[in-house]
Design a protein around this ligand. Structure first.
Ligand SMILES: NC(=O)c1ccc[n+]([C@@H]2O[C@H](COP(=O)([O-])OP(=O)(O)OC[C@H]3O[C@@H](n4cnc5c(N)ncnc54)[C@H](OP(=O)(O)O)[C@@H]3O)[C@@H](O)[C@H]2O)c1
Length: 369
């Protein structure tokens, strides 16, 4: 057994024991390969359909916070170690973007994943002038091509598994964006197409943009904010994904750390590298007003042996089989905790009750200003 399988088997056994997973705990004494396969199958999901699909771990890793927007920037070697340990635990879906840093996060992820590049799914994004969201949007075809060349270099690879448009650029027809990605796929530089926050577009009808893009180049995944605190995707885009056979990747599934209990009204941020101090939901009074949500999650988790973060992630996974959240973390302990959430299966009654209890709480503070 190689190191990866050994660690996966260990994670399997501990997950099964911690969570009482039916069928897995009882197979722990079976040969290790079938145990590993059982969990690998259980915790894999498919984004997209047919030739445009990818099989990924049920939970991915958002790498942004290792460099960008989450206050501290940890030691690079420590983050490489977190990423590689995540892969050892069976995680195979990694999310970055040109804009994270900008650039440095792609370099970190590329270096960390180079030794196991063929075994994993790597997602990145284009869409901003000079890679900087503060400067403006840019999805011109020539810019998309330039970003892809530069991202390939930083990621130390010759293909991107999933390339997202980070934000809609209202000056560029979506057909041109989808057409450019289609050409890049034909050239082998990109494998699959994704769109991010399209459904939250303030300037255009995001759902019709998804349909138009999908008609040119089938979309493998929509990535948007979705969590117990941000449930807008439930109103329309999840149904559209189901209809068109598109996967859905919730970003900020822990609401940037709020849905863990680790952030409270006294939390201090480093404002030069954190967007949370500018967002209504992270103001002290909103954090206190929303605390009943954490109480509901904690009460449920206390009965089931789960942490608040695990209940939040398991709840997302229970919404649709094509949902693959990408929580971010800089800690191996949090990563292990988050991955184990994929092993919890709600029964229908408890899911309905938990959802009703959560829906009864009015969330205070918008996700963006
Ligand atoms: N497409 C887009 O526009 C977009 C926008 C934002 C983010 N994203 C993607 O989504 C990923 C995740 O989003 P996010 O980082 O904004 O939010 P998130 O995943 O909801 O929360 C991340 C925060 O939660 C903390 N955390 C994670 N697991 C924890 C646990 N088990 N216990 C306690 N704290 C925990 C992390 O701190 P520690 O490091 O201390 O664990 C981190 O500060 C990003 O990395 C990025 O790839 C995409």
């Amino acid at each position: 057994m190689n190191r990866r399988n050994f660690l996966t088997a260990g994670a399997v056994a501990s997950s099964a024991m911690a969570l009482g997973v039916v069928g897995v705990a009882s197979s722990c004494h079976a040969d290790s390969k079938s145990t590993i396969d059982a969990v690998a199958n259980m915790s894999r999901r498919t984004l997209g359909s047919g030739a445009h699909s990818i099989a990924v771990s049920a939970i991915g890793l958002g790498c942004m916070g290792m460099s960008y927007h989450r206050s501290f920037v940890p030691d690079k070697q420590a983050m490489i170690s977190v990423i590689r340990n995540g892969a050892d635990l069976g995680l195979n879906f990694f999310d970055t973007a040109e804009a994270y840093g900008p650039f440095v996060n792609e370099s970190l992820v590329g270096e960390a994943l180079k030794p196991i590049r063929k075994d994993i799914t790597l997602a990145t994004k284009f869409g901003f002038k000079g890679g900087k969201p503060s400067v403006g949007l840019d999805s011109r075809p020539e810019r998309i091509r330039k970003v892809v060349e530069e991202s390939l270099g930083r990621l130390q690879t010759d293909y991107i598994d999933l390339l997202y448009q980070h934000r809609i650029d209202p000056t560029i027809p979506i057909e041109d964006v989808a057409g450019t990605v289609k050409d890049l796929i034909a050239e082998g530089k990109v494998k699959h197409f994704g769109m991010s926050e399209t459904d939250f577009s303030l300037t255009q009808d995001g759902l019709s943009l998804i349909r138009k893009a999908h008609a040119i180049q089938p979309v493998t995944a929509i990535q948007s904010e979705y969590s117990i605190m941000t449930r807008q995707p439930e109103s329309e885009v999840l149904a559209l994904c189901e209809e068109l056979g598109i996967g859905f990747v919730p970003y900020s599934p822990l609401s940037r750390g709020l849905i863990t209990g680790y952030i409270n009204e006294r939390t201090k941020y480093i404002p030069t590298n954190d967007n949370r101090p500018t967002l209504p939901r992270y103001q002290p009074e909103a954090i206190l007003a929303n605390w009943p949500m954490l109480d509901v999650l904690k009460e449920f988790g206390d009965q089931k042996g789960l942490t608040i973060a695990q209940v939040a992630l398991a709840w997302l996974l229970a919404q649709k089989p094509f949902v693959v959240p990408i929580p971010g973390t800089t800690k191996l302990a949090h990563l292990q905790e988050n991955l184990q959430a994929a092993n919890y299966k709600f029964d229908a009654d408890e899911l309905a009750k938990l959802t009703a209890d959560l829906s009864a709480i009015e969330i205070v503070g918008d996700r963006f200003s």
